[in-house]
Ligand binder design. Structure first.
Ligand code: SAH
Length: 220
């Protein structure tokens, strides 16, 4: 039984290595690759999908929501240029995987605050993060379009669901000099990198597919 478990762990590690090599071929930066080699994605997907954990595609996590494809998590982290010790806000905890990758990059001197609107997924992500050993991630139940004023301002903000436009509270809670990644659009969605420095600058990156951001400044 124990040998079987060890074998499975080894296979997961091998599959993770292959996933990281694929991401490297896409031009993802070394720091993000290293973090993705550390985070055990198989601990963040529902048990019956564990064998597909290292495929480069999204997977269902319940409640009609999905864990994003590894390349999307990697690209979003790369665009944010995360640094050690940063304070990061995530909107949409889902499985907790993306938050874990951010947490791995910013290190234990930093902190990730993730807001999730579905209680079941708050519990699911908390459990997964605990099992994977990430103590510097806090998941809160709420409407992430309102941000999380209590811990603002944030160095970086990562929105993992598609918004009609940038929610004003998120822009307010981003520190001057900070960056935000956010998918915008209902059917045709584009990923934007938003930079706040005195004014606000938006850079369109690529076409994407995300579940909708639902809330006060989201879709209704
Ligand atoms: N980052 C997640 C992906 C989650 S999918 C992961 O790594 O698994 C997007 C998530 O956003 C869903 O869980 C959905 O419930 C959540 N969501 C949608 N609108 C939201 C809102 N207004 N506030 C907080 N979470 C929201």
């Amino acid at each position: 039984m124990k040998a079987e478990k060890e074998n499975r762990e080894r296979n997961f590690e091998e599959e993770r290595r292959k996933m990281v090599e694929l991401l490297r071929s896409y031009g993802i930066g070394e720091e993000v690759l290293e973090a993705m080699m550390h985070v055990k994605r198989h601990l963040f997907v529902p048990g019956h999908l564990r064998d597909q954990a290292y495929g480069d595609y999204p997977l269902p996590i319940g409640e009609g929501q999905t864990i994003s494809a590894p390349h999307m998590v990697a690209m979003m982290c790369d665009y944010l240029e995360l640094g050690k010790g940063e304070k990061v806000l995530e909107v949409g905890a889902g499985s907790g995987y993306h938050a874990a990758v951010i947490a791995e990059i910013i290190g234990e001197v930093g902190h990730v605050y993730s807001v999730e609107r579905i209680q079941w997924l708050v519990d699911f992500s908390r459990e997964n993060l605990k099992r994977a050993g990430y103590k510097h991630v806090t998941v809160t139940l709420g409407d992430g379009t309102l941000g999380l004023p209590k811990y603002a301002p944030y160095d970086k903000i990562s929105v993992t669901c598609a918004a009609p436009d940038v929610p004003p509270p998120l822009l307010e809670q981003l520190r001057n000099g900070g960056k935000m990644v956010i998918p915008i659009g209902r059917y045709m969605q584009e990923l934007y990198l938003v930079k706040k420095r005195n004014g606000v600058e938006r850079e369109r990156k690529c076409s994407v597919v995300f579940v909708p951001l639902v809330g006060r400044y989201g879709f209704h």
